[in-house]
Design a protein around this ligand. Sequence first.
Ligand code: URA
Length: 434
Amino acid sequence: MTMYDILTRKKQGLELSREEIRYFVSGYTEGSIPDYQAAAFTMAVCLCGMTDRETTDLTVAMAESGETADLSLFGELSVDKHSTGGVGDKTTLIVAPIVASLGAKVAKMSGRGLGHTGGTVDKLESFPGYDTALSPEAFREQVKKIGIAVIGQSGNFAPADKKLYALRDVTATVDSIPLITSSIMSKKLAAGTHSIVLDVKFGSGAFMTTPEAAEELAYGMVKIGTAAGRKVSALITNMDRPLGRAVGNILEVKEALEVLSGAGPDDLKTVCLALASEMVSHALGKSESEAAAMCNEALTSGKALEKFREWIGMQGGDTMYVDNPDAFPTARYSHDVLSDTDGYLTYMDTERIGTASVILGAGRATKTDEIDHAAGIIINKKTGDFVTRGEVIATLLTSNEETLAAAAKTYLGAIDVGPEPPRLEPLIYKTVRI
Ligand code: URA
């Protein structure tokens, strides 16, 4: 078998065998297949696609290219959630303790923020002392003891994806459904949980801008995860506007605590309850309605908040902030963005709002940037709201006063105001199960 022959066959639109796909993945991971042949491979896949069988084989080969977490001691109770990324998406902070408080085992590896999307690990580091780098043994032990642990992606999980994703980024081969599917699902399979609930976002702040495109990706991921032996489903949710009203790490933690305390924005609460119900239904074998009632009760009774406190404390975080969120540091400088006209807010370029938060210091433009945990945006008006001239649309917060002007300009450029109320896309478009 040679890589040249594999490339020729893929170029001709032929279906590759499992052996050919494994040959490529292992050769590229260990370095015997060079970047230029891997780039030709990804481009050929972009142009010719892959069958479901090929995508499954690619996903499993990539998942097995490095370490895999062994969560077998939890049987069918282990469950993970994955969001394709967004702005103001603090759902893990709410969903994970709800689900764990009901007896499922949430063993989760999360990412850091990059570009306009935030990352759960950065949000959790708002709690001084929170340890995002538990050893695999300590991680499993904590899940066994209290049902929940969330750590950063460390170790050598799916190294084939790390290499391929970086290559795709510079060869215009990111936007291919089989490649995105295998990239995301290989990491989820390596992370080892029995069930996986995917939150596939659509809209101006998402990778997939239309609900239909998000559905195609979701369907592909559910199919491949199921073929690989896991219980997988997906919710297709709205990122045409930020989720909730807070963007930025401490601000988002505070908003998550509001929801866990029975308050908080309705959109955030609705998406969290839907995701949590799906996870509970998978892990505990409950019907949709039973799972929904259980999750609701966990939230209203304070059980989920109690689990959140236990989780943060056991992972070394200072729980004083759970009970007293106002003690979190606040940003030194703030600036109100005012509407310059009367009318309905008709559109939010959510990606651009994420960029405004990065300018303020809440996110990273490059992997090595430092985060200002107190920086971010409080959004007062969202798509569909009526605004009057001079009204505060959003408040920008930062420790670096010099960023305010550029962030305000970016924010104003991200919204449209018009005379007619807009047609709102649904918050939850669909649940994909097979
Ligand atoms: N996120 C990933 O992890 N991989 C992709 O290919 C796209 C988004």
